[in-house]
Design a protein around this ligand. Structure first.
Ligand code: UTP
Length: 626
């Protein structure tokens, strides 16, 4: 059989290959007999795209033949996972590398302006109206979490999804996300259908760096209560590295029979969703929305109902969640770009491109704050809501390909060689770049305290962040959750003490009472208001954890730690005065390796000195009022 295949491939090679092959890739030519016809086709494509260097070191047939065939297995994968295949990748790379060498500005000819969108204020009538509209729609949505990133800046040894979002409960980000989706699912179905029916699909995009550990986290925790069939993992592939301006593919320095690869960026999510066939399945099932989010933003779900309400009310095909942005802050600005030839698009412009773009187009001061004290361009937090129908139509046109960029680090100003290999990259938020000007693209802006507190930076780097800018560390991410929960309860009428300032891991943060609740306790502000009544107060040193749906706080005065656990069919009213020594935050040095990484990365641990814990494990109505 093997020799039959061999002789077939030799015949094919003789028919297909012109004489130049012998000259340009003599080592490959000698090895043709060991390759299958499909592999020979791929070899041909590689030679035609100028990649003969990949075979320079190939020895005579009979040496490393298996490895040579494995090389083509990798080429097959790289070819299949890129829209248009490797030839298209190399072609695009050449064009982008030429533009980069020439210093071409991607926004040449475009004038920036502030796009239209919805600016929301937490808790006012408008916000509540959009939240209710969002809850109605959520049963028609699918959620997509991009979690293939390496998290190099954070430097955590595990996957970011496994990191506790708060240390009071130890709930990891993935658990929090799943519980939030399930809570939204219940709330939406109860509101619209009166009973639980719909299962909201949840997709997680992983990569070779995160896939196995994400699956393991789900399986070892019974999918955190979600039906395993509701969850789908899609793994993104890396892309080929490029050695020079001519887009020569790089040989892996550790294995000469492999092409070196690096991550392509979160923009892959669009082509993966498209090729998975899921979008059409969702469409056929009547779904209308796809919500994209990232791995470590513990606040996001507080903003989701209102933002989805904006999408549905304003019929946005693309809705980017945004927060007020300080001029020059290191987050992109959502910007409308109008070209001299009439083209327009609403997209994210990276912060380092916004200032030069503004200066080049008549705004002499560049990226500056306006009278509000913020940049007029809303800050992009990379959480997108897309309308499914138009999304499918667009991806059918593009095959899911997203406009890419290349960022080579040149050795010198001649820009002829790179310090190390580079590759094409793409970003999820660049999806609107190919849309027609008639597409309805907008944004929903909310206060950062409500919507955005990612965990991206390690303690050392976070401590170096200029004063006034967000740390985006595990410390600030956790404190932001307590702050948001305190502010939300305050708005609902609970008297909450002001925070104190404390320094952990070199970062000064506001420390509010450590209040957390399971998402099902209250997914909207209206629901929260129904759950607190009378005169409630919580002191700064307090910790409160609510686990359960039907828990009502009435005339509660808390100064200490209170933990309430109640089963689904228990209705619990909690009031009166609760006082104890509580849970104390103790400093931990981030360099102290005797402390678990999850703890030392945030610079504190919780010493559970004393608490009142109430457990309601039976159905029924209960009242606690000491
Ligand atoms: P980040 O900007 O946080 O990047 O990605 P990162 O790669 O995780 O971290 P650094 O830059 O190495 O420090 C934003 C989101 O996009 C996902 C991340 O998992 C995160 O949720 N992502 C990033 C992908 O899914 N794939 C990628 O190739 C890159």
């Amino acid at each position: 059989m093997a020799s039959e295949l061999g002789s077939m491939s030799v015949k094919l090679s003789q028919m297909d290959i012109n004489g130049d092959w012998k000259i340009s890739a003599p080592n490959l030519q000698k090895n043709l007999a060991i390759l299958s016809p499909d592999q020979i086709e791929l070899a041909k494509m590689l030679l035609e795209t100028g990649q003969s260097n990949l075979f320079e070191h190939w020895p005579e047939p009979g040496v490393d033949d298996e490895k040579k065939r494995n090389f083509f297995d990798q080429v097959t994968r790289l070819n299949a996972s890129y829209p248009g295949g490797l030839a298209s990748y190399i072609q695009t790379a050449r064009e982008l590398l030429a533009d980069s060498k020439a210093g071409k500005n991607p926004f040449d000819g475009f004038t920036p302006s502030v796009p239209s969108g919805e600016n929301l204020t937490f808790g006012d009538g408008n916000f509540v109206k959009f939240e209710e509209a969002g809850i109605r729609e959520v049963r028609n949505a699918a959620f997509v979490l991009v979690a293939g990133g390496l998290g190099e800046r954070l430097g955590y040894n595990g996957i970011k999804l496994a990191l506790p979002s708060v240390s009071t409960t130890g709930t990891c980000f993935l658990q929090h996300y799943i519980e939030s989706i399930l809570a939204l699912q219940d709330a939406s179905c109860r509101l619209v259908q009166g009973k639980y029916q719909t299962q909201i699909p949840f997709v997680i995009m992983t990569s070779d760096d995160t896939h196995a550990r994400t699956l393991e986290l789900l399986e070892s925790n019974a999918y955190f209560g979600m039906k395993p069939t509701q969850v789908k993992l899609l793994k993104q592939e890396k892309v080929a590295c490029l050695n020079d301006n001519d887009a020569k593919l790089a040989v892996d320095p550790y294995n000469k029979y492999r092409i070196q690869t690096k991550p392509h960026g979160h923009g892959d999510v669009h082509s993966l969703l498209y090729s998975s066939g899921l979008l059409n399945l969702w469409h056929d099932a009547g779904l209308k929305w796809v919500l994209f989010f990232q791995d470590t933003n513990g606040l996001l779900f507080k903003a989701i109902p209102a933002a989805l309400g904006v999408s549905s009310t304003k019929q946005y095909q693309v809705n980017s969640l945004a927060v007020p942005r300080k001029a020059k802050e290191a987050i992109g600005g959502i910007t409308k770009l109008t070209h001299a030839d009439g083209r327009t698009m609403v997209i994210n412009v990276e912060y380092n491109q916004l200032d030069p773009l503004l200066r080049a187009t008549g705004y002499g001061d560049g990226d500056v704050n306006c009278e509000t004290g913020y940049s007029p361009f809303p800050g992009n937090i990379n959480q997108l809501i897309l309308e499914l129908g138009p999304y499918i139509k667009e991806l059918t046109k593009t095959g899911g390909a997203i406009k890419e960029f290349v960022n080579p680090k040149y050795k010198d100003s001649s820009k002829t060689s790179f310090k190390s290999s580079t590759r094409l990259e793409c970003m999820m938020q660049d999806y609107p770049k190919t849309l027609l000007p008639s597409a309805r693209v907008g944004f929903t802006a909310m206060d950062a305290w409500l919507a955005y507190a990612p965990v991206k930076n390690n303690p050392e780097d976070a401590a170096k962040v200029p004063k006034g800018n967000p740390y985006h560390s595990a410390t600030s991410g956790e404190m932001a959750i307590y702050r948001a929960n305190s502010l939300i309860l305050r708005k609902a009428g609970v008297q909450i003490d002001d925070p104190v300032l404390q320094v952990f891991n070199g970062q000064e943060v506001e420390v509010w009472p450590r209040i957390t609740w399971e998402p099902k306790w209250a997914v909207t502000f209206s629901e929260m208001r129904r759950k607190v009544g009378g005169n409630c107060s919580i002191s700064q040193k307090s910790t409160m954890i609510i686990k359960g749906r039907h828990v009502f706080l009435e005339d509660l005065s808390l100064d200490g730690a209170l933990v309430i656990n109640s089963v689904e069919d228990a209705e619990v009213k909690v009031g009166g005065s609760v006082q104890n020594k509580g849970w104390i935050l103790e400093h931990v040095d981030h360099k102290d390796t005797s402390v678990p990484e999850e703890v030392r990365t945030r610079g504190f641990r919780i010493n559970k000195v004393e608490q009142l814990e109430m457990n309601y494990s039976e159905p029924g109505k209960f009242c606690f009022n000491p």
